[in-house]
Design a binder for this molecule. Structure first.
Ligand code: PGA
Ligand code: MG
Length: 229
């Protein structure tokens, strides 16, 4: 189905948006906090180009990847448990201080959210980012007022690619599988949507590292959220 057909058949319904790499380019803040954590542990900084590729499966996997200096995507290699816990605590501290400072809303996002709301669509953020960082980032980016609900990576016992966060958000907003759409940037988003039985639009500009976004199996792939309108 074409992008237009996909949306026309579902609107006004429920749109579930991934956060990092879809609505907001948060990699500069995540990279700064990861590098501060690594320096604290006496290690060399990883830099934004590596860190960007480690985002999308939640903070714990981001930190496991950073400790392993991973250049491949799967699986996150196990790290010494005590070291991992320390690293995660240090990362949370630094990210809490820096969250939103260098992050930017992607072009096309404001227009897309404005128009979807005007059409009566209900909107939720469904992210793997830990919940405590979600509201502060949305507020700082001026995006909080668009969303009826946000689900973080630790809001439920499971996170994307498990379908539960998507289904939970959809049900909370009174949506059905026939009237809901997921919009994301990574394999976690597309696989969660497939498992939930709802269509997924993927953006090309985000952080997916598992290969080209076009081969993830999304129902549509766009270069900007403006294309959804
Ligand atoms: O891994 C993360 O913390 C980012 O999560 P998101 O891409 O699901 O917003
Ligand atoms: Mg993402």
């Amino acid at each position: 189905m074409s992008l237009k057909g996909l949306f026309n058949a579902r609107w006004p319904g429920v749109a579930l948006f991934d956060l990092d790499g879809t609505l907001v380019d948060s990699a500069p803040d995540l990279a700064a906090a990861v590098d501060q954590m690594l320096e604290h542990l006496g290690r060399s900084p990883a830099g934004i180009d590596k860190v960007r590729n480690w985002v999308g499966n939640g903070a714990a996997i981001l930190i496991r990847r950073a400790l392993a200096g991973q250049t491949d995507w799967e699986p996150a290699r196990p790290a010494d448990d005590a070291l991992f816990k320390d690293a995660l605590t240090i990362f949370y501290h630094h990210y809490g201080l820096i969250n939103g400072r260098y992050s930017r809303v992607y072009p096309g996002v404001e227009d897309c959210l404005t128009q979807l709301r005007q059409q009566g669509c209900r909107l939720a953020v469904v992210t793997n980012k830990p919940e405590q960082f979600v509201a502060p980032l949305l507020e700082q980016m001026g995006l909080d007022h668009w969303f009826d609900l946000s689900i973080g990576g630790d809001t439920l016992p499971v996170k994307k690619p498990d379908p539960a966060p998507l289904l939970h958000a959809m049900e909370q907003l009174g949506g059905t599988k026939g009237t809901s759409v997921m919009v994301g940037d990574s394999a976690a988003d597309v696989n969660a949507a497939i498992a939930a039985g709802i269509p997924c639009v993927a953006v090309r500009y985000g952080y997916n590292f598992g290969g080209p976004v076009d081969s993830l199996g999304a129902d549509a792939v766009v270069d900007s959220l403006a294309e959804l309108l």
